[in-house]
Design a protein around this ligand. Structure first.
Ligand code: SF4
Ligand code: ZN
Ligand code: ZN
Length: 302
């Protein structure tokens, strides 16, 4: 039987990077310390921040919420029901249960109620994920801004980041490469977006959430099938298996050298419909969902 490196108790996990075995108690400490260090290292939070944690029902968002709660941060949660049939219903139900167990307030936005259609119901040639990503980012930010939150914490982890990074390198998406990172700074009408799980892998997170008696959704969104990021993730997992620590070195090395990718300064203006920052006269959200009036997301006025 493998023993915990710190107390000699029965090992709960045997990790390859860093190479060590830990008991339940010390593994929990290891993960929470990692989250705290990530938050400090990347200067993700400061005094007086009002934090919203985006919850989807999945393990990553749950780990973000549990970790931040155990580290003593105050926050509320936001769930977006994307209208993807039964999958979205299950996601909402489980998100509510999670927040209930954590004793945190949950706000729920329902895309169908807001714009009349769910993801996948729109007649467009665009793949659901392309407009879903834009929709989620917009709604999270608009909700935060309308309700006085200045920080949004998401469950993006090391596996997501490395898959995204590899994809951006393979396609030389210089613009993304110049901006990708552990956080996006705050600006006028844009909440700061932070990723406290930036240095934790899927495996780290799964073992962490399984320490707690809180349910999470294991099934994937039906539209995630065949996504390129899944392929990149598989390739990276194979490399990590052979050479533990590669993923972390990949993102850390990238952040150190990110300056080699020229950053295009983008001038934003106000969307003439919703007033939110936009590249063109009308922002991509209002344009895509053919809105004629601003969506008002202030609590009590939904
Ligand atoms: Fe949206 Fe695509 Fe993620 Fe499904 S897999 S939630 S459609 S981004
Ligand atoms: Zn121990
Ligand atoms: Zn708009």
């Amino acid at each position: 039987m493998r023993r915990c490196k710190f107390c000699g108790g029965e090992a709960y996990i045997v990790m390859k990077s860093p190479k060590m075995a830990l008991c339940r108690e010390h593994y929990r400490e290891f993960v929470e310390r990692k989250i705290e260090r990530t938050i400090h290292h990347y200067k993700m939070l400061k005094e007086g921040d009002r934090i919203l944690v985006a919850v989807s029902g999945g393990k990553d968002a749950l780990a973000t919420a549990i970790g931040m709660k155990n580290l003593g941060y105050e926050f509320e949660c936001l769930h977006i029901n994307l209208g993807i049939g039964e999958h979205s219903e299950k996601s909402e139900k489980i998100s509510r249960e999670q927040c209930d167990k954590l004793g945190r307030k949950i706000h729920v936005l329902n895309l169908k109620e807001l714009v009349g259609m769910g993801i996948g119901e729109v007649r467009t040639r665009r793949a659901p994920c392309s407009y879903c990503g834009m929709t989620k980012r917009y709604l999270m930010n608009k909700f935060a801004v309308d309700n006085g939150f200045n920080v949004i914490a998401t469950g993006h982890n090391l596996d997501d980041e490395t898959a995204f990074l590899l994809g951006n390198l393979l396609h030389w998406n210089i613009n993304y490469l110049s901006r990708q990172g552990s956080m996006l700074p705050e600006s006028e009408k844009m909440a700061r977006r932070i990723k406290p799980l930036y240095e934790l892998t899927n495996e780290n997170i799964e073992y962490y959430v399984n320490l707690f008696d809180i349910p999470y959704l294991q099934e994937r969104c039906p539209y995630s099938q065949g996504a390129k990021s899944i392929l990149y993730g598989k390739v990276l997992n194979e490399i990590e298996e052979e050479s533990p620590g590669t993923k972390l070195n990949f993102v850390k090395g990238f952040l150190k050298n990110q300056g080699i990718f020229p950053r295009e300064e983008i001038e934003l203006r106000e969307c003439k419909i919703c007033g939110m920052p936009s590249l063109g006269e009308v922002c991509s959200f209002c344009r895509f969902w053919k809105l004629e009036d601003e969506l008002k997301l202030r609590e009590g006025k939904l």
